[in-house]
Design a protein around this ligand. Structure first.
Ligand SMILES: Cc1cc2nc3c(=O)[nH]c(=O)nc-3n(C[C@H](O)[C@H](O)[C@H](O)COP(=O)(O)OP(=O)(O)OC[C@H]3O[C@@H](n4cnc5c(N)ncnc54)[C@H](O)[C@@H]3O)c2cc1C
Length: 415
């Protein structure tokens, strides 16, 4: 039986453990926290096969530059002297092309559809509940000038096998009859879904513990021991642990760890915020992205979770209430009847999305180490892609044929 040590207990690490267990591996998760918080908790909970266009796309740099000047804007790059940031920015710029978008679409689609299938399988079992709902996703827009762009986006989705319907304001309102909307129109993606991420993580942790996965909590991985092109052990602040195989699924902190192994991994933390408006008197049914504001609304746990902003911030987790004000301000512009109180800072959650420069995750073996697998870089889609990522990690380590094509996700693609 192979022993596997997974560094990081977010959604990528936990799903890797879940599928490795099914391959008969003996699994240990090493996590510096205690599973009470983290990027996989407070996110918007959307499962989005609709998101087939990567963030690195034509026009994104120009949009980002305009947003940089507004303190409440949804996108920001924290200025700092960092060669890793310069390299990431250069690669992002290089990949912001039509050619890259066309290349990325089928890879993201296949990974996303596999993930949704695995979520459906999980939801049909009784192992644990996580609020699985298949109600689709609305991409709301206010600006009449956006219609053409949205029409094109819907056409790209439909051509790629992802159903998308361009709706008028009236048709959008008819889909969500109990909440007033002031929008010009929307694109409705009926194949999207949503979950309650806090329940998913808590459920997975307790299921894996019951199934024999060992959890080393409050353990910070500090270094690795290497022997003959293999990782031999991880050194944590409380001891040293040896395994046959290692997985690094440490989210935005993954490059700090790969650096210890001499592996350069281009990845930046994309900070976002969320808050849950509990007990909100609303019958909102369908999760939505408020397009111009880049803010999301997801019915969750008896309330609505609002989320947004993408601050390229390295591993800085501090909360900037100006950005939260931007999220709060946008709600009324799309949902004029929703009375949402501005949250106190203690109620605001921040998380770091692990963003690769080309919008594709890093999943697979690493050159020079034949017992090391990476599972990170999912950016805005880590929750959606969690199950498929875990499955591919398990395929890799068990030596199975990969469940979907993996060449686009090769961790060494920029080296
Ligand atoms: C505001 C916001 C909204 C989002 N909404 C969505 C959404 O609707 N749908 C979607 O699909 N995705 C969404 N995402 C993205 C998603 O949350 C992330 O992509 C995903 O959680 C990343 O999971 P991960 O397991 O790779 O990383 P993480 O969840 O960050 O887990 C990495 C873990 O590694 C641990 N770790 C790091 N370093 C060490 C070390 N040295 N030793 C031990 N442990 C270590 C960390 O403590 C952490 O628990 C959103 C993100 C944000 C911020």
């Amino acid at each position: 039986m192979k022993s596997v040590g997974i560094v990081g207990g977010g959604v990528s690490g936990l799903f890797s453990a879940y599928y490795l267990l099914q391959e008969g591996c003996e699994v240990t998760i090493i996590e510096r926290g205690n599973f009470a918080d983290g990027c996989s908790f407070g996110n918007a909970g959307m499962i989005v096969p609709s998101h087939i266009i990567p963030l690195a796309q034509p026009g994104m740099i120009a949009k980002g530059m305009r947003w940089m000047l507004d303190a409440q804007s949804p996108f920001y790059v924290k200025p700092r002297i960092s060669s890793a940031l310069v390299k990431w920015g250069y690669l992002f710029w290089k990949k912001s092309t039509e050619k890259h978008v066309h290349y990325a679409i089928p890879h993201l689609r296949d990974l996303s559809l596999l993930s949704k299938e695995l979520y459906q399988e999980l939801a049909s079992q009784d192992d644990f509940a996580f609020g699985w709902e298949e109600k689709g996703l609305l991409m709301l827009f206010k600006n009449p000038g956006t219609r053409h762009e949205m029409e094109e986006e819907a056409a790209v989705a439909n051509r790629s096998g992802i159903e998308a319907r361009l709706l008028s304001g009236k048709e959008t309102q008819a889909l969500e009859p109990h909440v007033q909307l002031t929008v010009e129109g929307s694109v409705f993606y009926p194949g999207d879904a949503h979950i309650y991420p806090n329940q998913l993580i808590a459920g997975l942790v307790s299921y894996l513990k019951k199934s024999g996965v060992r959890f080393l909590e409050d353990n910070v991985v500090e270094d690795f021991e290497i022997q003959n092109e293999k990782v031999k052990s991880v050194k944590t602040d409380s001891g040293s642990y040896s395994f046959d195989e290692f997985v690094i699924a440490a989210g935005a902190w993954s490059p700090i760890l790969t650096q210890k192994l001499g592996i350069s991994l281009s990845l930046q933390g994309g900070k976002g915020y969320s808050f849950l408006a509990e007990g909100l008197e609303t019958k909102m049914q369908i999760p939505a992205i408020m397009l111009e504001a880049r803010t999301t609304a997801t019915p969750m746990g008896g309330g609505v979770r609002f989320a947004g902003t993408l601050e390229i911030a390295g591993t800085d987790e501090t909360i900037n209430m100006n950005r939260v004000r931007g999220i709060h301000h946008s709600i009324r512009q799309y949902y004029p009847d929703l009375e949402v109180d501005f949250p106190e800072e203690e109620k605001v959650w921040s998380g770091l999305r692990p963003c690769s420069p080309d919008g594709l995750p890093y999943i697979g073996r690493v050159k020079n180490f034949n017992n090391l697998t990476l599972a990170t870089g999912h950016g805005m889609m880590g929750l959606s892609l969690g199950p498929a990522t875990g499955k591919l990690v398990a395929d890799t380590i068990a030596g199975n044929k990969a469940s979907v094509g993996v060449e686009a996700f090769a961790p060494g693609r920029f080296n």
